[in-house]
Design a protein around this ligand. Structure first.
Ligand SMILES: [Zn+2]
Length: 291
């Protein structure tokens, strides 16, 4: 997790240790012409080279009770089903998990000074548990698990090509929340999170058939921000969209899925696919193994 320095310096730290940023690497490969040029803004310059793209900040206070009281009034949440998402959400259908798919992928996790190998399922469970409270609604947890899985696959792909931020250490991803994603040991993972991981086994967010840079943040202020705005390079699926979350203050880089926005959508009846296709533009949620 991290925040832009001018936004919420207390909520997280901009990473300083990453070798090759996920975001920059992603830009370089498919669209060299969109490689960000040097910006006079120290904020974008710093983030372009060191950004961690995941992460939420659950020190955030909710205004009142949490999941037991979804909305204050019926009129308070119109933005969670905005007209702009009608086309996407109306055609979204729950994606079927691919049983055993996560077990077939090994993730090399840099943890402290050593590299631990574990299945994708075990990694996704640990990272999802560390990045979202288990009290969040089931569909929000499923969306989070899919986002974590997607971001991990994106990192594995980069590492395989030698451009991952932990390629030098022989790892795909690390356990530092200010660099990659936070991680909890599997023994600490709640049943709710395990259920969300199992229910989404093998599913990822895909753009042009590839796992996307599934950035997520804790909360935004009415709209998410584009990757262009925050990191200085455009990705078609990371553009600004509406987001409604109540009782929390914007926290994080503001790009991609808002976790509190996902919670709000889930409480309003959206499923994980609807949440993900809202926050990531023009994507599909489907089996990564078939790609
Ligand atoms: Zn890392």
């Amino acid at each position: 997790m991290y925040s832009t320095p001018d936004q919420n310096p207390g909520a997280g730290a901009v990473a300083v240790a990453g070798d090759t940023p996920v975001f920059e690497r992603t830009l370089l490969s498919p669209a060299p012409t969109t490689t960000p040029s040097p910006s006079p803004s120290p904020t974008s310059a710093t983030i372009t080279t060191t950004a961690a793209v995941g992460g939420g900040d659950f020190a955030l206070p909710l205004s009142t009770t949490t999941d037991a009281t979804p909305t204050a009034t019926p009129t308070a949440t119109p933005a969670t089903t905005p007209a702009t998402t009608t086309d996407t959400t109306s055609t979204a259908t729950p994606a079927a998990p691919v049983e055993g798919a996560d077990e077939g992928v090994t993730v090399r996790v840099l943890d402290g000074g050593s590299v631990r190998e574990m299945s994708l399922g075990d990694y996704v469970a640990g990272a999802t548990a560390a990045e979202m409270p288990p009290s969040f609604p089931e569909e929000a947890l499923k969306a989070q698990a899919i986002a974590v899985r997607t971001l991990t696959l994106n990192n594995i792909e980069a590492a395989a090509s030698g451009s991952g931020r932990h390629s030098g250490a022989g790892a795909d991803i690390c356990t530092s929340p200010s660099c990659c994603m936070a991680f909890k040991e599997n023994a600490e993972v709640s049943n709710e999170v395990w259920a969300a991981v199992d229910a989404t086994d093998g599913l990822a967010v895909l753009y042009d058939g590839k796992p996307i840079l599934a950035a997520f943040c804790s909360a935004v202020n009415g709209r998410t921000r584009s990757s262009q705005e925050v990191w200085g390079g455009a990705l078609d699926y990371l553009v600004s969209v509406e987001s409604s979350e109540e009782g929390v203050t914007a926290s994080g880089h503001g790009v991609g899925m808002s976790q509190y926005g996902a919670r709000s959508m889930a409480l309003d009846g959206a499923d994980a696919v609807e949440i993900l296709t809202h926050y990531y533009t023009g994507v599909e949620v489907g089996p990564f193994a078939e790609q």
